[in-house]
Write a protein that binds this ligand. Sequence first.
Ligand code: EPU
Length: 337
Amino acid sequence: MQIQHDISLKSYNTFGIDAKAKHFISVSSVQELTDALNLEDYPDIFILGGGSNMLLTQDINALVIHVNIKGITIVSENETHVLIKAEAGENWHEFVSWCLVRDFGGVENLSLIPGNVGTAPIQNIGAYGVELKDSFVSCEALNVHTKELKSFSNTDCQFDYRNSIFKQEAKGDYIICNVTFKLTKNQHKLHTAYGAIQSELDNIQISNPTIQDVSKAVITIRQSKLPDPKEIGNSGSFFKNPVITNEAYQKLQILFEDIPGYPVSQNETKVPAGWLIEKAGFKGKRFGDYGVHKKQALVLVNYGNANGTDILNLAKLIQNTIMRIFGIQIEAEVNII
Ligand code: EPU
């Protein structure tokens, strides 16, 4: 374990923001993580996983602990299911690929989501009709205060749309060290109802898709809409899709006939923030080194050397404009640091 000082975090966050860490350490086991937390000279800590859901608007004047614990193991299996434990530092998509090679089903719709296994539960990552919570069994997390490992069941995590206990009451108290998933070995339950998946499968003329086909379709759709962070810095969807009352939605339909909406409960409708942002004229807008992605308005991008404050100010401008035009408050999905 070696502590570095004043290092750039540009390659550690998918937005590619050049903020600095005052101190930095990479840990590859729970023991190393505990040791790092016990370093008396560095009482202030900041936990870094895949860096895929954060916007750095300032240097981090603390010890940045990069969780780099690796390993994927089969815990148990029967005729139909397998329990797999993946360590927090595993790259999410590499974990999905590991499962697909072995024909384990359940996470194929979550192909190509940036980030790591250990940070996936925090915001209950989701795409194309599937969320992490659908295959999540439990995780072990280290309490930063007591340094004890605690197991969280699926219910304990209080998963919701892009939300969990780790973003709410347990925020800042735990570091997820590993996650256990329950996946299918056969009779996979495919989720192809999400419009774009079905049409992509039709496109490649596949009528009896395998989980590998579904993954391929998801990858094609994502690559056609979402920028690759290796090429253009971004954090995926910057905002959450807002949920409004049916009454508010009906009023908006009078003004904007084509406004899309998906019922989420008896009284509420979810409106795609991407549509609102596009309608407000921001899609594809570029301001110097930052802007709104041209193929998906929910994604803010860094074309090179933007700083976090520029992007945050653009996000605020978008939020204020959406409020003024539609009377809807859209919330950031990304953590602003
Ligand atoms: N839309 C537009 N213009 C845009 C983008 C979207 O009008 O520029 C409208 C269209 O009506 C479209 C609808 O939004 O039909 C939905 O678009 P899409 O299927 O691309 O999904 P999304 O709501 O924009 C969400 C997730 C994505 C996830 C996709 C697919 C959120 C905040 N985002 O996006 O997640 O990949 O669904 O499931 O829920 C992420 O969280 O980083 C992420 C990329």
